[in-house]
Design a protein around this ligand. Structure first.
Ligand SMILES: [Zn+2]
Ligand SMILES: [Zn+2]
Length: 731
């Protein structure tokens, strides 16, 4: 028995090494030698996944590029341009953008040079991930978006199950949003970031515990992020996640009073069911099991749930952050900014410390026994484990390298968007704390406001349905590409411009960012542009909602209003008919439902809860989308004109534009929204008045192009957004 298991483990190493050998073989342009002892079933799986090539037998990788897996989300009959990745070594902090073939045609394919010395399986996997994530295993359509990393990772996961029955195990956290937003308004930013980190850590801890206890390499963890974990385990390991989930949920109940729950589901699978269209059935059943688990939730823990749920709000005994009122050992917490001493429960106290330390860290450390320094303990399979971020802990038992690939035993990569704005230290040697809302509002351009931005992928349910019928590999390749955007891409956008914002969370398929209003607004444009470039050749879209308020506004309200803004953006219905505002694809639209188009891709900026859409009456029938804008409208009818006016404002010695001019234009917007037919006269009057004071031909030319925008009745619905943006900047 032992001998058999060892063979299976050696096979896993052989599989991973083969991936590296093939990557390097590309450089020498030589065929690799066959490797012996590959079980027939595994070789067959490899052939199926690569569209027929036998990568274990005399073979080499195709000299082609990896197609963007996002192109699998196509719902329109029109053909889009395909996009391809330039083969690059992933560094964990730069988002690779797929490009049209025409842009890449002139560039030679750069072969990989991967270190090929002895290493443990997890390290081999790290190598494959950084060097092989953008190299295809096949040049056949339908298979050419599967990377060498995805291919060999899945093969290794199957190989290490040996002859044992395989189980696909899914874990799903529910109640994430309320858990993250819990807490008092003071210090909310710090604890929200800590709470969101803790949930990510919990799933990574879960995956690490199970694979380590089962003696598996981390290839078994197929997906982790966005509150979801997916693992492929052998029969021998199948009870472990269930037992661990029980202790994790006990812990969550005690710490978070039942707001958050880890649901677990497990399904026996065969390799055939993983790769073909049968996977849709497996995925559906897993989903049903997860829903059932969520419905049962803490039902068998009713007494404990009631015990922690009976908050008396007496004021004296409760935690001054989360308001829990059960028997806890209170901690006197001194606020770093104000010096105020508050009475907190130990969990909230730890969250404050974690929030403070989540600013400068290269590693997340883990220990098998309680370390001397502060750490948070999570229930493990054989006893608790302790975790913390930052510092230098050379004696730690585990570690994750954050946003980079370190090829060292025991170091796993962890890509996460964790940008946080820190003011420069006032005095030398003083550790800069993270910027709070008053600081961020003060530092914002113009008005003293904060902003909260939410963005997520549209129609993911529809997209997932389509993907799972193409098999697990397609699903994983696609989800990984989406995850790259929300982890690496979002972080890069914030970091490059040193944005005055904090990423509260960004992963899986959504994000929440809070900070200076001007930076959240500019990020809306930047992230939108970046996503559209990233999704070249795909019909995948995102929607976004932005809400601005005064810095004293409670964080949980801010988060709620921005969620409403996003919901408004998502619920906006266009039709599939080829009218001016329809998608125009009619019968060719894969999002069509009746005459409604489920295609989204909308933006709500400067959300005002009471304000509604306005349908302008009279011919021609025009929808004044002053609230919900398509991305095209947002770029062309908000960002562009705003830039135009900013240029006018910036011309030295030309005081053409002023706040009173802006006010005049607000009147135009009001006229337009009130259906007043004289709006065009008012535009003309404003423009001619401005033209008189223009000193140079250049300014006049700029003013004229602004006039073209203002006279366009279709664009005018977004005028209020342009003016609000500029007005806030000018305050
Ligand atoms: Zn508390
Ligand atoms: Zn449509």
């Amino acid at each position: 028995m032992v001998g058999k298991e060892e063979t299976a483990m050696d096979l896993t190493t052989a599989v991973l090494r083969r991936g590296i050998e093939l990557l390097n073989g590309r450089e020498q342009d030589k065929k690799s030698a066959a490797i012996a002892g590959i079980p027939k079933a595994l070789a067959e799986l490899g052939r199926t996944l690569s569209g027929g090539s036998d990568l274990f037998d005399l073979a080499q990788l195709p000299r082609t590029r990896l197609r963007s897996p996002l192109a699998r989300a196509r719902f329109l009959r029109q053909t889009n341009d395909d996009a391809w990745y330039k083969e690059t070594v992933m560094d964990g902090e730069t988002l690779p953008f797929p490009q049209p073939a025409s842009e890449l045609a002139a560039v030679d394919i750069q072969p990989a040079k991967v270190p090929d010395d002895e290493a443990d399986k997890d390290t081999l996997l790290t190598r494959l991930e950084s060097h092989g994530s953008l190299v295809p295993v096949s040049d056949r359509p339908g298979y050419d978006d599967l990377s060498v990393y995805q291919f060999f990772r899945l093969l290794a996961a199957v190989a290490q199950c040996g002859d044992s029955q395989m189980h696909l195990v899914a874990a799903d956290l529910s109640g994430i949003q309320p858990f993250i937003h819990t807490g008092a308004s003071w210090g909310a930013l710090k604890t929200a970031r800590a709470r969101s980190f803790l949930l990510e850590l919990l799933l990574r801890h879960f995956g690490r515990e199970v694979t380590t206890a089962a003696g598996l390499c981390r290839a078994a963890i197929l997906q982790v992020g966005g509150g979801r974990l997916l693992m492929l385990l052998p029969e021998t390991a199948k009870v472990m996640p269930h037992e661990l989930a029980v202790s994790v949920n006990d812990w969550l109940l005690k710490q978070a009073g039942g707001t958050i729950y880890l649901a677990l589901a497990d399904k026996e699978v065969t390799t055939a069911a993983l790769v073909g269209e049968d996977f849709a059935g497996v995925w559906h059943e897993l989903g049903v099991l997860l829903d059932e688990a969520k419905a049962v939730k803490f039902r068998n823990k009713l007494n404990e749930l009631l015990a922690v749920g009976t908050y008396k709000y007496s004021g004296d005994d409760e935690c001054q952050a989360c308001h829990r009122d059960d028997d806890f050992e209170p901690v006197e917490h001194t606020d770093q900014d104000t010096g105020l001493v508050r009475r907190l429960c130990p969990f909230c106290d730890t969250m404050f410390m974690l929030g403070r330390d989540l600013t400068e860290y290269k590693y997340v450390f883990g220990w098998k026994s309680e370390p001397a320094d502060t750490a948070i303990s999570l229930p493990g399979i054989s006893g608790d484990k302790w975790y913390w971020v930052g510092g230098d802990h050379s004696k730690a038992d585990y570690r994750w390298a954050v946003n980079r690939y370190e090829e060292k035993n025991g170091v796993w990569p962890w890509l996460r968007a964790d940008w946080v704005f820190k003011p420069s230290p006032a005095e030398k040697g003083e550790k800069p704390d993270i910027a709070d809302f008053p600081y961020l509002a003060e530092e914002a351009k113009g008005a003293n406001r904060i902003g909260c931005l939410r963005m997520d992928v549209d129609n993911l349910g529809l997209v997932d349905d389509k993907l799972v019928s193409q098999g697990l590999p397609a699903f994983l390749a696609f989800s990984t590409a989406v995850e790259w955007f929300f982890a690496t891409g979002v972080n890069e956008c914030c970091r490059k411009q040193k944005r005055l914002v904090h990423v509260i969370f960004s992963g899986g398929d959504d994000l929440l960012i809070a900070g200076a209003w001007s930076d959240t607004t500019e990020l809306l444009e930047e992230l939108g542009t970046s996503f559209h470039r990233y999704a070249t050749g795909s019909d995948l879209s995102v929607s976004a909602g932005l809400f601005l308020e005064h810095p004293a506004y409670p964080f949980y309200q801010l988060a709620r209003q921005s969620a409403e803004a996003l919901a408004r953006a998502k619920n906006y219905q266009r039709s599939c008919l080829p009218d001016r505002y329809g998608c125009g694809s009619a019968d060719g639209c894969g999002w069509r439902e009746g005459n409604d188009c489920r295609r989204k891709g909308n933006v709500v900026m400067f959300y005002e809860p009471g304000r509604d859409e306005k349908i302008r009456s009279g011919p021609p029938p025009l929808v004044v989308t002053r609230l919900v804008l398509s991305w095209t409208q947002f770029f062309e009818q908000v960002c562009e004109p705003a830039r135009g006016v900013r240029e006018l404002l910036a011309v030295p010695g030309e005081p053409v534009f002023s706040r009173s001019v802006l006010r005049g234009l607000f009147n135009v917007a009001d006229d337009w929204e009130r259906d007043w037919p004289g709006w065009l006269n008012r535009v003309q009057w404003n423009l001619s008045r401005l033209r008189v004071v223009c000193k140079t031909a250049e300014t006049r030319a700029r003013l004229d192009s602004l006039g073209t925008y203002l006279r366009n009745p279709e664009a005018l619905g977004s005028l209020r957004s342009v003016l609000t943006w500029l007005d806030l900047e000018q305050r």
